[in-house]
Every structure is written in structure tokens, then in C-alpha cells.
Design a protein around this ligand. Structure first.
Ligand SMILES: [Zn+2]
Length: 228
């Protein structure tokens, strides 16, 4: 476990988690790049794959660091960022803060990924004569875009859920009422995704169907407290 301080927040990272993730990302992106461009030599494929993996990891791991900044700006600093066991976790010991502070804390990561997505898309659109640069920009955009979509999900523990809950509280609901409403929204999402996923599987559109069924299962897990 590496332990350091970044902008005043304790950051602990488990190399046994980060290194395998990076190696897997590097290997698979190199393979995909080589598969799509068979003319590429193995060192070229590995080098471009490495750059792609670094950009995607930046989208993933930059997100929690942006929360450190937005939490400081909100006057409710993050106490610890723990990067281990499956995903980065942003830990706050003091959660008795205003609805606005909750929302500002949650906004940092989203703003980071929106900016990353816009910059990557701009590079992709402008740099027409350098295909490798465009390829890297596309991976970067994919990394930021995927994380943005996942972060916007209105489930508890995810930024979208935090934003929804504390926006409801800011508009006069009690926190418990807001939690109940978020749960209702999640139940709606789970049922809709399950019906749509089952329909897509029946019509043999397997990939989107299975993804939707997976989303439904995860949301049901979160609502019932099985997934934390
Ligand atoms: Zn986040």
C-alpha cells in the first residue's frame, strides 16, 4: 500500500490492484489496436497500446482526484482517497455538511470527465492528418465518456445519486424522504432495464440486452443493499 498526501487529502493506493488493472488495459488495448491495424509491428502496437492505456487510466483515476479539489472548494475536504479492491473510493468522515457542499463534492469528478471528453473529442475532430493521435483521442474520449455515464447513474454511492438526493434535500425534502425517492427512481430504472434487456435478448440483440440485464441486476443489488 502506497500512502501519500495530495492537496491535503490522504491518498492510499494498493499497487496489487493498480498494476494488474494497468497491465490488463495495456495488453487488451495493444491487442485491439494490432487487430484493427495488422500492419503494425508488435513494438508499435505495444507502444500505442501503452499510450492508450495511460489515457484511459487518467480518465478513471483523475476523476477521484478532481473530487479532492471540488471538496476543498466546497469547504468540506475529503479525508481519504482509497484506491484498492475494485475501484477508487472517496471517503469523508464528516457528512454533516450542507446540501450544496454534498453536491459540490460530487461535481468534481463529473466536471473532470466532461472536460476530458470535450478535449479528446476536439483533438479527434481537429487532428485529421495524424491517425495515431486520433486513435489515442478516441480511447481517451471512450474512457471519459464511459466513466461519465456510470457516474451520472442516480444510485447511492455514485455521483449522480448524491446529486439527486441533495438536490431534493435543497428543495425542502428531509434526507430520509430523499433517500426513499432515489430508491423509487432506482426501482424504476431496474424494472425498465430488465424489461428492455429481456426484449432485446428475445429479439437476439444479445450485447445491448445482456448489458441492460446486467445494469438491472446491479441496480437491484444497490437498492436491496447487496452491492455497496
Ligand atoms: Zn465520482
Amino acid at each position: 500500500m502506497i500512502s501519500t498526501r495530495v492537496w491535503g487529502t490522504l491518498v492510499r493506493a494498493k499497487l496489487a490492484f493498480i498494476l494488474p488493472v494497468l497491465l490488463l488495459l495495456w495488453g487488451s488495448l495493444s491487442w485491439v489496436g494490432w487487430h484493427w491495424h495488422p500492419g503494425r509491428t508488435v513494438p508499435q502496437a505495444l507502444l500505442i497500446g501503452l499510450a492508450s492505456a495511460v489515457l484511459m487510466a487518467f480518465a478513471e483515476f483523475g476523476h477521484p482526484f478532481a473530487h479532492i479539489l471540488s471538496a476543498r472548494y466546497a469547504g468540506a475536504p475529503m479525508d481519504e482517497l482509497l484506491i484498492a479492491d475494485g475501484m477508487p473510493r472517496t471517503l469523508y468522515w464528516n457528512n454533516e455538511v450542507s446540501p450544496n457542499a454534498h453536491r459540490l463534492r460530487a461535481l468534481g469528478g463529473l466536471i473532470f470527465n466532461i472536460l476530458g471528453l470535450l478535449i479528446s473529442a476536439a483533438v479527434f475532430a481537429i487532428v485529421l492528418s495524424y491517425p495515431v493521435v486520433r486513435e489515442l483521442a478516441a480511447w481517451s474520449a471512450l474512457g471519459h465518456g464511459l466513466l461519465l455515464i456510470m457516474s451520472l447513474f442516480p444510485v447511492p454511492m455514485v455521483d449522480g445519486g448524491t446529486l439527486l438526493k441533495w438536490t431534493l434535500v435543497a428543495r425542502g425534502r428531509a434526507p430520509a424522504q430523499a433517500d426513499a425517492l432515489v430508491r423509487q427512481v432506482d426501482q424504476g430504472i431496474a424494472v425498465t432495464a430488465a424489461i428492455l434487456g429481456a426484449f432485446l435478448c428475445v429479439t437476439k440483440m444479445w450485447l445491448p440486452g445482456v448489458i441492460l440485464l446486467g445494469i438491472s441486476a446491479i441496480v437491484i443489488g444497490v437498492v436491496t443493499g447487496q452491492v455497496r
